[in-house]
Design a protein around this ligand. Structure first.
Ligand SMILES: NC(=O)c1ccc[n+]([C@@H]2O[C@H](COP(=O)([O-])OP(=O)(O)OC[C@H]3O[C@@H](n4cnc5c(N)ncnc54)[C@H](O)[C@@H]3O)[C@@H](O)[C@H]2O)c1
Ligand SMILES: O=c1ccn([C@@H]2O[C@H](COP(=O)(O)OP(=O)(O)O[C@H]3O[C@H](CO)[C@@H](O)[C@H](O)[C@H]3O)[C@@H](O)[C@H]2O)c(=O)[nH]1
Length: 438
């Protein structure tokens, strides 16, 4: 078993740290955010993820998992340091590598024994080479250091399961020493390992994410055409899914992909291509379709209503997908300002995302409209003139068509997740609009 340090305790770093401890490694998680570290020491997860808190508490109690802001003490004696800090999008679409650079420098200045540095964050092809050079440039002690790539494929909401039961582990190395060490670290997981060179590993991450984003944008594109020609995208997706070459996953048309990865990783790969004099036409198309898709329901509602001014608008779901409190690139963030600017009185419900959303849009008057956060779906729907569904939470899917009819002043529903059957809503007396269906 190894002494493992993890830099960054977000979705990737914390889950990786906890899972490494769970399989027996001695793990220290480092973050610059003192609040987060204090919370974690009390057994409280700073992010909402199924099973994470239980595993944090168990491994902390059993002494295999600790947390610190003191990176020097964490890095100096580690066999391996995983980097899981953010690589957010910059205004030009490129990935911001400043957090990676800071950690690299902190590592260079503190390690006191031979050490493998593993980049888990999603980084443009060639970044691992630069990180290795950067660490060597700033190295204080005479030790051996090498960098390896180990991109992460977990999805938010199922992060622990996706790590412990990952479809594959990708490792990208430039030496036998690094490859063997990473193989040993992952041995207890008993999962398929694909070992390649560093640049290929970096590319596998972007190619996978962008492929999935493309799949979604393709279905959204087809959905929009379905609507125009009288086909039903749900039926079309079902028919397609029986072909194993297509597969049944990620065929759901909707209000566009969001989250912390697909939007930024499509733009970052497009940027990388451009930098190398190449136009990545397929990925550009995925981005363009997604941009339009985000406000497609708002535009539909705008055609149907004279104005949103003074209307009670129920919003069901704020997070970018169910099972997470993350709002990054959530469709709600695109649509709520448009509704507020028109003077809508929004009653928003989300089972876990409300606190995060409140920080961006505090309760009360905003622009011409107002926003209020409610405790359940019924409160949001009561007396509403129109309802938007942005996230397919279980609590939202559980609402029966008749309840919209019963609770709303005018049962007018715009569903960005195709939760309901068209006929079921019609029978219940609900005027219902969704994606790719008439
Ligand atoms: N979120 C996901 O589902 C997911 C999945 C796969 C890959 N990724 C990639 O993994 C990376 C991290 O994503 P995330 O969503 O976990 O990020 P995040 O923003 O949730 O967490 C990053 C953490 O790093 C900390 N940090 C910043 N500088 C630090 C430093 N110098 N030392 C220690 N900690 C520091 C921050 O305080 C924060 O807690 C990104 O590159 C992302 O693209 C994310
Ligand atoms: O058929 C589908 C499937 C997903 N989505 C949307 O796509 C986005 C992303 O969903 P999902 O992939 O489930 O969540 P993420 O947590 O963003 O995970 C993705 O991004 C991570 C970060 O890189 C990767 O590690 C994961 O493998 C990859 O699935 C969400 O807005 C979903 O609503 C659809 O619109 N239709």
């Amino acid at each position: 078993m190894y002494k493992v340090a993890v830099a960054g305790t977000g979705y990737v770093g914390l889950v990786a740290g906890v899972c490494f401890a769970e399989v027996g490694h001695e793990v220290i998680c480092v973050d610059i955010d003192e609040n987060k570290v204090n919370k974690m020491r009390q057994g409280i997860s700073p992010i909402y993820e199924a099973c994470l808190e239980e595993l944090m508490q168990k491994n902390y109690a059993e002494g295999r998992l600790t947390y610190t802001t003191d990176y020097a003490s964490a890095y100096k004696n580690s066999d391996v340091i995983f980097i899981g800090v953010g690589t957010p999008e910059q205004p030009d679409g490129s990935a911001n590598l400043s957090y990676i650079a800071t950690v690299a420098r902190q590592i260079a200045e503190t390690i006191e024994k031979d050490c493998l540095v593993v980049v888990k964050s999603t980084v443009p092809v060639g970044t691992n080479d630069k990180v290795e050079q950067f660490i060597k440039d700033f190295l204080v002690n005479d030790v051996k250091v090498e960098v390896a790539s180990n991109p992460e494929f977990l999805a938010q909401g199922s992060a622990v399961r996706d790590t412990l039961q990952a479809a594959r582990i990708i490792i990208g190395t430039e030496s036998k020493w690094a490859e063997e060490m990473l193989m040993k670290i992952y041995e207890p997981f008993n999962l398929p390992i694909v070992s390649v060179r560093r640049r290929s590993a970096e590319m596998i991450k972007y190619a996978s994410n962008d492929f999935l984003a493309l799949k979604i944008s393709y279905m959204n594109d087809i959905a929009n055409l379905c609507e125009l020609v009288g086909a039903d995208i749900q039926d079309v997706a079902k028919g397609m899914s029986f072909d194993e070459r297509i597969g049944s996953k990620f065929l759901n048309a909707g209000i566009g992909y969001g989250g912390s990865c697909f939007p930024k990783d499509t733009k970052a790969l497009e940027y990388l291509a451009k930098q190398n004099g190449y136009e990545l036409k397929t990925v550009k198309a995925a981005i363009d379709v997604n941009t339009d898709q985000k406000t497609i329901l708002y535009k539909k509602a705008n055609k149907r209503l004279i104005t949103f001014n003074g209307l009670k608008v129920a919003v069901l779901g704020l997070t970018f997908k169910p099972g997470t409190d993350d709002l990054r690139d959530a469709p709600s963030l695109e649509n709520i300002p448009l509704l507020l600017a028109q003077g809508a009185d929004i009653y928003a419900y989300d089972p876990v995302g409300t606190e995060n959303f409140k920080r961006k849009y505090p309760e009360g008057e905003d622009g011409r409209g107002s926003i209020k956060y409610v405790e359940n779906v019924a409160e949001a729907l009561a007396g509403a003139n129109v309802c938007f569904i942005f996230t397919e939470w279980g609590e939202v899917k559980a609402v029966k068509p008749e309840e919209y009819k019963k609770l709303m002043r005018t049962p007018l529903v715009y569903d960005g997740r195709n939760i309901y059957g068209i006929e079921d809503m019609k029978e219940a007396g609900v005027e219902y609009y969704s994606i790719g269906r008439q």
